[in-house]
Design a binder for this molecule. Structure first.
Ligand code: AMP
Length: 391
């Protein structure tokens, strides 16, 4: 994938309209985590240094889409951004319309303006072209730096790019670069780790990964369905009877590539305080359930991971929200921190696992987009990426 970035276009004297992901936790006007705002600073500073004016837009939460709701206003974000940038950030109380257009027209090079929540208009999420065209009036160039929403075609992610030259910002560039590396031309051996609750959510990813990777290591609840398909007892473990046929077919087609756990931590209840023990996967008794991978599996997976040159990981190895069943997930995170390979962490639970394990900064790339990174790994075309100009 060879998409243009802000480095490939002349921004001098231009007004830049940029989609960012400022979907940050806010309670009663107080931002409890401003990571996502800080993450956009390098792109913002670069654009301003080029002598451009900047109009920023984002969604926040899930408003009804019928107009202003104080709870979902981006105003606190404008204030925080102004502090971080050390300069005023103009705030527009709407994202489209004559008044906002007049404000945007007044902007001088170096000025920054933030628009109100684009999701105050329901049609935005339906990729309404009227909204897209109105947004496009606010800039001469469109920059998308919001990977987390790139898998959805919406007025502010895809529609607007039909009306303006569209390029990526630095955050988006890094996502495309690393996830593209994993899906297009990975340095081999390429090992993929897939975990999480269900096979059914990830059939597309499993299939695509089996065709691209050299090994696919399975963990989490999804392994149980494979065990059942092999005729093993899984007790009260999470298991999906409706996809047993698919699990069987995958085992037959790809036995050489699929690696399954050899032991498991089982518990007599779905509870952190439940009685638990480690058993080989063919010795799970009725009444018990698999909640994590066991030590022999960790060591088997470690041997495979040590040989890898590229690793992509999506989904936890067990119920990592419960400390007693988080060991497998954290052990994998620590192994990835030590091996000599490009390590790419799909967003969502795997991203929070490497953070909780304290090794996020040891990874080559931790994706900011859960759904978006999964669709990328699945080989799907993300509309917000596809529409960006080719180099
Ligand atoms: P996903 O959203 O598909 O990546 O699944 C993540 C969820 O899978 C987490 O909330 C985990 O608690 C859950 N999970 C992982 N392993 C198991 C397991 N063995 N049994 C039940 N749930 C699990």
């Amino acid at each position: 994938m060879n998409k243009k970035t802000i480095r490939d276009v002349d921004l001098h004297g231009k007004r830049v309209l940029m989609r960012v992901d400022y979907n940050v936790p806010i309670k009663e006007g107080v931002i409890s985590d401003d990571k996502r705002i800080k993450a956009t600073l390098p792109t913002i500073k670069y654009i301003l240094e080029q002598g451009a004016a900047l109009v920023l837009m984002s969604h926040l939460g899930r408003p009804a889409g019928t107009g202003y709701e104080a709870e979902f206003s981006l105003k606190p974000i404008a204030d925080r951004l102004a502090e971080l940038l050390g300069k005023p950030v103009l705030f527009a109380t709407d994202c489209i319309g004559a008044e906002v257009e007049a404000m945007a027209a007044q902007l001088q090079p170096g000025d920054v303006m933030l628009l109100e929540n684009v999701r105050f208009y329901k049609a935005e999420t339906k990729n309404d072209m009227g909204i897209a065209e109105s947004l496009a009036k606010l800039g001469d160039v469109f920059v998308n730096d919001a990977f987390g929403t790139a898998h959805r075609a919406q007025s502010s992610t895809e529609g607007v790019a039909r009306f303006l030259p569209a390029v990526s910002g630095f955050l988006m560039e890094k996502e495309i670069d690393f996830l593209g590396r994993a899906t297009e031309n990975p340095e081999r051996p390429y090992v993929v780790i897939l975990g999480g609750a269900k096979i059914s959510d990830k059939i597309g990813v499993i299939r695509n990964m089996l065709s691209q990777a050299d090994k696919v290591l399975i963990g989490g609840g999804m392994a149980n369905t494979f065990f059942k398909a092999m005729g093993l007892e899984v007790g009260d473990s999470l298991m999906e009877a409706e996809v047993l046929d698919i699990a069987k077919a995958l085992l037959e087609e790809s036995a050489d590539k699929l690696a399954l756990p050899v032991d498991a931590v089982v518990a007599d209840a779905f509870d952190n305080e439940a009685h638990s023990k480690v058993v080989p996967v063919d010795e799970v008794e009725p009444g018990w359930r698999i909640l994590d991978i066991g030590p022999a599996t960790i060591s088997k997976y470690e041997d495979i991971l040590k040989t890898a040159k590229t690793v992509a990981w999506n989904g936890p190895m067990g119920v990592f929200e419960m400390p007693n069943f988080a060991k497998g997930t954290f052990a994998i995170a620590k192994i990835l921190a030590e091996i000599d390979a490009i390590t790419i962490i799909g967003g969502g639970d795997s991203a929070s696992a490497v953070k909780k394990a304290g090794v996020a900064d040891k990874m080559s790339h931790v994706s900011t987009g859960g759904g978006a990174s999964l669709e990328f790994l699945e080989g799907k075309v993300l509309p917000g990426v596809a529409i960006l100009q080719e180099k």
